[in-house]
Unconditional design. Sequence first.
Length: 601
Amino acid sequence: MKGITCLGALALFTSAASAVKVNPLPAPRSITWGHTGPIAISKPALRYDQCQDGHEGILRRAWDRTWATITDLQWVPAATEAPIPSFQPWPTDAAQAKRDTATTAVHSVQLAIVDVDADLQYGVDESYTLEVTANSGVIQINAHTVWGAIHALTTLQQLIISDGQGGLIIEQPVKIEDAPLYPYRGIMIDTGRNFISVAKILEQIDGMALSKLNVLHWHLDDTQSWPIHVKSYPQMTRDAYSSREVYTEADVRRILAHARARGVRVIPEVDMPGHSSSGWKQVDPNVVTCTDTWWSNDDWPKHTAVEPNPGQLDIIYNKTYEVVGNVYKDLSALFTDNWFHVGGDELQNNCFNFSAYITEWFAEDPSRTYNDLSQYWLDHALPIFRGTGGPHRRLMMWEDIFINSDAAHDVPRDIVMQSWNNGVDNIKNLTASGFDVVVSSSDFLYLDCGFAGFVTNDPRYDVMSNPGGDVTFNYGGNGGSWCAPYKSWQRIYDYDFTTNLTASEAQHVIGAEAPLWSEQVDDVTISSKMWPRAAALAELVWSGNRDASGHKRTTQLTQRLLNFREYLVANGVMATNLVPKYCLQHPHACDLYYNQSAITP
């Protein structure tokens, strides 16, 4: 159905107050406030008398969630640019005339959607406008698609706040024109190193929806465990950590439905051919190689893995492709997004040397290299990946398959590259080569960094000083946390990842994603390590980190982010605290510089 206008009526009461300009996150691309003062809101009802919800009630349920949250929370922003004034009711004397001649309550929400059938896939239009005209009593929302309308409701959810006396208000007039800078705005969770419960995955999706992140990259497995049921090979979950730490098909469908209802795509990843042991070896031990070796990080020339435990798919063993094809087909039938991430990172050549098939293949032609081996994988695996998932299937891979010393010779340019090393240098290399790029630079966006190392029996910590004479070990070298230090929200927000790109190269940057690898993450810690830092990325890729004059607005984000952290917690997302509460209540009193324009590059 095209060009449908849906009207929802709201029955509302009145109160009045001094002007309150709420500071939503992510900051809209354009927001204009007037000075009329707040208008009351109460007892809303959304009705679709003139149209059908184009996506099985998604929009109606989104409104129901929005209003339930508004009324349940009775939200008062915890951090503002100026203290929220106390709210006083209308007097009953001379001001009564003013009350009689102006609209004193919002009485309707009018929602217009151009294309109610547009699916939640890459590139869908997520723009919207939201306007409250002074004394009109109307909230007008226009969106091209249902998914843009959901974002508008998320913004509205932050704009409607408590009046301090049990009622609700929204400042008027206000006009918002909004759309994301980038179509891909994501986080990554890793359920291979440690299992993350369905409930905690849903919690991350809730945080994403509140901050307008729209892609959950789900790194399903790794060498350590295989936690997801595969119809063709149910024995793969023997390598789950326990029978309780397995995702059933019903679990996956629940996660997908929860995400879709909130405008979040879920892109699965099966990391191949590296990072592959658990699960695969239950199907056929010959499918994987070097699984029984010592990973040899203490003797780097002999290492077979960058972390325990070793294992990679045997690229030359013919049955590998039969098993890969069946696993990929089953998961493609389960996951509904057009995109699928097929790994491709951190191949360890020493691991391949434990395969009789691979050593024989090298012996057949001494001129063959590990680059040829990587190309062999692409030549045999890509037809499988392209042949499943429908005509709109698009593949993602880690940048290693193109950039590393053992990279393949010919990597198709329609594969989306996820860049995680060397910051803007690798981004420029990839975009100049014609690849679309998702930015995940570890120096800026890896959320698991800076918590020291997870490997045990490490004598480098056994020193009676700090940093123990080895600065690199403590602050980002081979030991400890390899990607230290910790990536603060400001480090994330200040990242200008298109620096030094040409205009055509910058067009190939389609967004960014903050990965959270789970070696030291489980249900207890995932939300505190993810949030609210992921919200800083959310604003970076939604409306950018600069104001209209081109100056960094990091200082302006401070109060917005501090407030949003409180809002996440109020909504059940267990985000970590950033500052003493004093800093929330005293705007900018905790800034390092008295000069508020210190961050202006």
